[in-house]
Write a protein that binds this ligand. Structure first.
Ligand SMILES: [Zn+2]
Length: 238
């Protein structure tokens, strides 16, 4: 037998045995996954609401981001999929359920799409968590995503380029205007950071753009108004 085929059969056997002992389920609809499926069943994967924004310079998410930043040009923004229905569970599984495998898998899909659309940046930087929150959760979900995106783009990953200057209230229940006020001055660029000309900010979900706009403000203050700042997230909540 072809050794490759043998390995494949062995892998399928292991997967089906572990599926029997501890069934893997679709993140979106909860149906039990087949051995060849990963994170989503084939139906949910086929119906995945991709935004395709990575290939559209002007899109609703980029318009929202650009309306909040003081850039001289038009900055790019894209998300992998729309934050809708069961697909919301993808980012929730990473943020609250420590599902790093799924997080990394969707993040590398995002990275491949950005690379395929010709996105070029100097560094990739995640939206930082305040150290207290990071300590409590044990990780920063934006960092998990950013690392994979940087790998796909073949550029350095700088998880500590931005810092939280202060703790902020949870954004979840705030209006768009309150979010902006809550986050004003919340971030700063780490002292002694080397000069960069373009930064890609990564977050899990883009909602009003207040968070990434506050990051953008900190980057422009540190590196000057000419810096290009783009944004990529797993999901876009319309
Ligand atoms: Zn499904």
């Amino acid at each position: 037998m072809d050794p490759k085929l043998k390995r494949l059969n062995f892998k399928t056997l292991i997967l089906s045995t572990s599926d029997f002992l501890m069934p893997r389920v679709c993140l979106c609809c909860g149906r039990q996954l087949l051995p060849g499926e990963r994170h989503l069943c084939c139906v949910c994967l086929a119906d995945m609401p991709f935004t395709h924004y990575e290939g559209q310079v002007h899109n609703p998410m980029a318009n929202m981001f650009n309306s909040r930043v003081s850039s001289t040009g038009y900055e790019r923004a894209a998300a992998l999929f729309f934050y809708t229905g069961g697909y919301r569970k993808i980012t929730q599984a990473l943020k609250y359920g420590r599902n790093f495998r799924a997080g990394r898998w969707f993040a590398s899909l995002l990275g491949e799409k950005l690379a395929g659309a010709g996105w070029e940046v100097d560094v990739v930087c995640p939206v930082p968590l305040h150290w207290v929150r990071r300590f409590r959760r044990g990780y920063n979900q934006a960092e998990v995503i950013g690392r994979e995106v940087a790998r796909a783009l073949g550029v350095p990953f700088e998880p500590r380029l931005l810092q939280r200057a202060r703790r902020t209230a949870s954004q979840t229940r705030l209006s768009a205007e309150e979010r902006g006020r809550n986050l004003s001055g919340a971030f700063r660029v780490r002292k002694g950071s080397t000069d960069v000309k373009s930064v890609l900010i990564i977050d899990d979900v883009f909602t009003t753009g207040a968070t990434v706009a506050a990051c953008d403000a900190a980057l422009r203050e540190a590196f000057g108004p000419e810096i290009r700042v783009s944004v990529a997230t797993l999901a876009f909540a319309e």
